[in-house]
Write a protein that binds this ligand. Structure first.
Ligand code: NOJ
Length: 513
């Protein structure tokens, strides 16, 4: 296990929208470098940067045209390497975003594979061998290229699927996972990873990590085997580098694939979704952190605990405040509700991720789609640093800004949030600091549920006792474990008498023996 992950708190940066250092209206590497001290001040010690490689940006950079070259709008390879160095000097690790499942349809590998004459890249993507034969149960395109076949898509129409083979190759054109062409794809991806790790990056967030082998078995064992092979390369040649998967099945990703961390994604109906974003089911918002929503922490626990128990010795479940695909939590939760929510996320086992701007409760904005963002675009608007021009994000004309910013007079900004002592920003910073100081609160510490069902919800992390009352009522509870504890941290008033704890509305407390 990578030692540094035990204390890691990540900050996700959507590079388009973080900080524009050269007045062209879009964020860049020098902009990130300029804000590293801010990130460290908040307490984060690791970054995940969304894809920053050469791309036609049909899907915000998840359509890579050249894996080894940065997108000019962010800067050069040398600038990115300088970013690694500057981050390391401040004790910050940097994960890049690896997109192994597909490329842009403008990638030279794909252009070569589209040719009628067989060549080195004919087997790099998934093609049928007849223009009139499609791919059942999968999206594909036919009739657009010289090659007589249909090619499979992995996501949008501009993202052809790379060929890692099929679980059961039932057609002549389906490769086996151990075929030379499938192995060549995997080796090409390892070469990309080596390229960036050799330059100083600390690993990767892996896009759609479960999507490699098509029609894989129920355990995704062929796909997992590819990742185990990659993990072996990392263990032997890059022992400090780490991988976090976009898989949302930690048993498959961590135990099977050897990922160090797996994201717990916001999927309607899963445990994570019940915490902040359960507002799509009938009868209103049932999110646990929505005050008086009737939300029940047991819905989270029933899904989370078995996954945690099954994987805790091998890796970490990564929970986030939000990501670039998910509605910002401030869309439905108030600042007080968010305080409890982040305090909870930052006191759980595993590795927490904070999405840029969530520390100041940036809102989900109603904006026009940009670069394939569609419904996700509202979570990708430029950071609001202060009340200067374009909220301090850029000096360009407002019309040139990557996406519009929050027009409301009370739009949150970093300067305001830092100035206001009772802000969400301070709770986030305090909780990160506490986590850094207190081993029991870190990624590996134990977790034991002490009271659920009715508020407060109480759990133990080693010698720490954590209690939450997201309701609008004062609640109390008798628990023998409370006796002789001291308050380490609280949000809103909590009082302890002997073995009884009384919690005012929307309060949170960490007690220590
Ligand atoms: C997941 C990424 O997070 C998302 O933004 C992207 O559109 C798809 N994968 C396709 O790469």
């Amino acid at each position: 296990m990578r030692e540094w992950l035990k204390t890691a708190v990540f900050y996700e940066i959507y590079p388009q929208s973080f900080y524009d250092s050269n007045d062209d209206g879009i964020g860049d590497f020098d902009g990130i470098i300029a804000k590293l001290d801010y990130i460290r001040e908040l307490g984060c010690n690791a970054l995940w940067i969304n894809p920053c490689f050469d791309s036609p940006f049909m899907d915000a950079g998840y359509d890579v045209r050249d894996y080894k070259k940065t997108a000019a709008r962010y800067g050069t390879n040398e600038d990115l390497i300088r970013l690694f160095r500057e981050a390391h000097q401040r004790g910050i690790k940097v994960l890049l975003d690896l997109v192994p499942g597909h490329t842009s349809d403008q990638h030279p590998w794909f252009l070569a594979s589209c040719q009628a004459e067989e060549n080195e890249f004919s087997g790099r993507y998934i093609w049928t061998d007849h223009a009139f034969e499609g791919i059942p149960d999968h999206p594909y395109i036919s009739g657009m290229k010289e090659r007589a076949g249909a090619y499979m898509l992995n996501f949008f129409a501009s993202q052809p699927a790379l060929n890692y083979g099929w679980g059961v190759p039932s057609k002549r054109w389906m490769s086996a996972p151990d075929s030379p062409e499938a192995i060549a794809t995997r080796e090409a991806m390892k070469d990309v990873m080596r390229f960036w790790m050799d330059q100083g990056c600390d690993g990767f967030r892996v896009d759609m990590a479960d999507s490699l082998v098509k029609d894989d078995d129920e355990d995704k064992s062929f796909t997992a085997a590819i990742w185990r092979d990659i993990r072996q390369m990392m263990d032997s040649d890059y022992p400090e580098c780490a991988l976090v998967s976009e898989w949302s099945n930690p048993v498959q990703a961590i135990n099977g694939g050897g990922f160090h961390m797996d994201f717990y994604l916001d999927h309607v109906g899963n445990g994570y979704n019940t915490l902040m974003r359960d507002y799509e089911s009938e009868g209103g918002d049932h999110s646990y952190f929505k005050m008086d929503s009737g939300g029940d922490i047991r819905r989270f626990l029933a899904d989370y605990l078995p996954k945690y128990e099954a994987t805790k010795d091998n890796g970490y479940i990564a929970m986030f405040t939000c990501n670039h695909d998910t509605p910002r939590p401030a869309r439905t939760l108030s600042e007080d509700e968010l305080k409890l929510c982040y305090a909870f996320l930052l006191s759980m086992p595993g590795v927490p991720f904070i999405y840029y701007g969530d520390e100041i409760a940036m809102r989900f904005l109603d904006v026009k789609t940009k670069e394939g963002g569609y419904q996700r675009t509202g979570s990708r608007t430029p950071m609001q640093w202060n009340h200067e021009k374009n909220y301090g994000f850029s000096n360009a004309d407002a019309a040139e800004i990557y996406l519009p910013q929050d027009p409301s007079p009370d739009a949150p900004t970093v300067t305001d949030a830092m100035r206001r002592e009772d802000s969400l920003w301070h709770v986030t910073k305090d909780m990160i600091a506490l986590r850094e100081e207190t081993e029991d609160l870190q990624a590996d510490g134990e977790l034991k549920i002490l009271h659920d069902g009715t508020d407060p919800f109480v759990f133990a992390r080693g010698s720490c006792l954590i209690a939450l009352n997201p309701s609008g009522r004062t609640v109390s509870l008798q628990l023998p474990e409370i006796k002789e504890t001291k308050i380490l941290y609280q949000i809103h008033a909590v009082s302890i008498q002997e073995d009884e704890m009384t919690m005012t509305p929307q309060s949170f407390v960490i007690l220590q023996k």
